[in-house]
Structure formats: structure tokens, C-alpha cells
Design a protein around this ligand. Sequence first.
Ligand code: BG6
Length: 493
Amino acid sequence: SSIEPFAMVIFGGAGDLAQRKLFPALYTLHRSGFLPENFSVLGVGRSPRETKEYRQFLRKAVMQYARIKVEDENDWSAFAERFDYLPVDVNDASSYKELAITVANQEKQFSLPGNRLFYLAVAPELFGTVAENLKAGGLTEKENGWKRLVIEKPFGRDYQSAKSLQAQINGSFPEDEVYRIDHYLGKEMVQNIEMLRFANSLFENLWNNRYISNVQITAAETVGVENRASYYDHAGALRDMVQNHILQLLMMVAMEPPSRLKPEAIHDEKVKVLRSLRRYDEEDVDRYIIRGQYTGGLMDGKEVPSYVAEENVPADSVNETFVAGKLYIDNFRWSGVPFYIRTGKRMDEKSTEVVIQFRDVPKNLYFNKDNDLGPNLLVIKINPEEGLALQINAKKPGVANQVVPIVMDFCNNCGVDTPEAYESLIRDALEGDRTFFTHWEEVSLAWKFIDPIRRAWDKDGGENLATYEAGSQGPKESDALLNRDGFQWYSPY
Ligand code: BG6
């Protein structure tokens, strides 16, 4: 393993993320031989729990959510005994003294050199406080070993709040110790975009406004608001998905080749995309960005309620559960190419995809009523299916001059169990590789793009909120956005 012995402290250690993602990822990493012999994990939470009870919670989480099964009980015990739990009032600076002692004890017990990974899987209001208190409690001193902070989203709710949070965090952790999670960057096929583009001559030569007519990025979900209304009704799809995941996908598709495969070089290129991203003034927002909210509908033959009828959602909520937009990257490569983006809850299919539509041939030699050439499409399938599809036109077998679209299809996760996003990301953080984490400059530029849109919507009080039936492909306004330009959505492909 290239990971040095470490102590990990999980704030929110008894929470949903720990249970569903972090524990299963740690276990899979352990079983795959990526974790060092020596490490420790300390879960931190509000309510008291016995060590034994906490390890049972760990076991249940792994059995329920890990992609591999527990087979060897001796190995399991060796893994589980690295885990312990401590109740901490995270707002109370004095309770970090006990935390410091507990971590130091674990480090002694397992001969750890002082490398520490602090993972904040807590409410975002607490990010700044925890970072400050960690330092005040003496947990971040660097004489022995590295100290890193992993933070979940959301990072702020607009540019101003993100900036204050950044200042607060930087007081304890300089930027190069901060690992902001965007789990989309941990997805295999998102990481594959880079490879596909920069390791092939086939695509990169065509990857510009001369050969690409438009790009479509879709992240559609079938789930509704679930039990997260208290967060989601204040966030909305724009903050929840577009500010982070969708813009990250956009950067991966649109960035220039980096000078080398180093995190800084890659981030430089990603940031340039956001600098070229056209910002919309409040009064232009409605022309380019539309929003919607789901009404009741049928999904898998079952009636599901409208958004406003969901638990803990106010009946008069004008929160958006769907966003579609037409974005422009005003640089040499992309000038004039629309990037259509779309995300929503309660859509007909779970599917995250990027579709690259190439320009039509200059003249269709095969044109007649039977031969409407289909567009050349490259589809990058991210989730749940991972793969690539290339749609091209070919001769219809046995018939002269008749064209049919054919699809070359590659599946990345058929017969192969690919890693979960959290496995890759935790591993990267432990190795000190910030490539697939969001840097401050990306966060701040993303908010600067989002803020005027949000302001326009907050002002109109929901006047231009479209509706769509649960189980549909979103509001008709989202189709119209492309149809106006002579295009159509191709996802789910
Ligand atoms: C999260 C959002 O970041 O991403 C959720 O907060 C959303 O609202 C989720 O459901 C989608 O992730 P994935 O990996 O299922 O596409």
C-alpha cells in the first residue's frame, strides 16, 4: 500500500454517510489491500455509544452496503478493532481536549506516526466550527505527520457564505490540506472522460466547435426528496446538483489538455473553463435556465405524491426539483457550442450521461425519404450503467445506398465490479492526491455563476416555475429549450 499509517476521525461517525458510504468504502479498501497494516478510525457523534455497539453498527453497515462480503472472521476482527467511538459536543471547544487524548491513545496503540485525516460528514453549518476547534484543541499540529480535512458538500450557499467559510477553514487548514468531496469526481466514468479525451487521437481532434454541434449533460434521478426536505427545500436542485456535480462534469468535458497529470495542472485547466463560462445577468436568466417542480404521478405503477405533498415540504413551496439550462463557454474551442444541462428528481429513469453530438456531414449524399441520416453521437454513460456508445451511420446490409444508424457499445461495469466513488476518493485523500477534489477556485467561480440565477428566481417568487409529472422526462420547457435550436435530448440513451 502506498498509504502511510494514519488515524481517521469521522465527525458524523454514527450518521447516514458513515453507514452507507464510508464504512463500506474503508472495508473494501482494506480487503483490496490498499490500507496499510496500521490505522485507526474514530467515529465522533453527539450521543454516547459503547465501543462494542459501534463495531456492531459498523458490521451491519458493511454487510448491508459494501460491494464485497465479509468472509474471514479473523480478518474482520482485525479490521473492526481499529474502530472506536467518542461522543463529542462539536460546538464546545473544551470537549476537543478529550478528543485529542483519544486520538493520541489510538495512535500509540496502533503505532501510528501522527498522520490524521479529519472527515466532516456533518451538517454544513458545523464545518467552520469543527475546523477551528480542531486547531484550538491541538489536533492539527504538523510536527509529526500530515493533517488533512475532508469536507462534504455543500460548501456555502452562495459566494459570500462560501468565502467566509473558506476563511474560517483556512485558519486551521491551508488550502492544500483541504479535500472537498464531489462524489461525481470519484465515479469511474467521470475519471474516464480525461482518459478518453487525452489518450486517443480519435476524439480529441474533433473535440471543438468545428465538429461538435452541442453537448448534453443529464443527471436524472427517480427518487424524490426522500427524508431530506429540511435541507433540500432550502437548497433546491440548482445548489444541490448544478453548482457542484453538473459543473464538474462540464469542466471535465470542456477543459484543455493539462500540461501534465498533476493535480495543479489539471485544476488550472478546469478553472479556465469556469472563467470562460458565460455568466447570465438576472434579467437574462429565464431565457437560458428553466426550473421545474414535480407533481404527483405514476412511477413503476405506483402513485407517488407531488413535491409539495412530501413530508416536511411546505404546501406553498416554490423550490425547484428540476433545472435545465443552456450554457456557453466563450473560448476558442467552444465558442458557439451550446452545453445543455439537465437534472431532476422523480424523472422516469435514473441516468447520468454526457452526450456529445457531432455536426452533420456537409452534404448528405444518401438523401432520400428513407435516408434521414442520424447524428453522430458519443454517449458517456456514467451511472447506473457505465460505458460508452458511439452512434454512426452505416450501410444497411443487402440494400444499395440505404443508411442505418448503428451503435458501437462498450460496457465498463458488465461482469466487472467497479469501485464505488467513495473508495477512490478516500484512497486519494489518504494518499494525498487532490486531483479529484474540488479546489477553492472552482467553488468560488461556480457560485459566481449560480448566484445571479438564484437571485432572479428568489425575486420572481416562483412565477416561472414549470411543473412536470413524476415519472416523466421533466417539464416541456426543457424540451423546448433544445427544440428551439433544432436539437433534442438524447438521454437516457
Ligand atoms: C447528492 C445530492 O450530492 O447527489 C442528492 O445531494 C442526489 O440530492 C445525489 O440524490 C445523486 O448522486 P448519484 O451518485 O446517485 O447520482
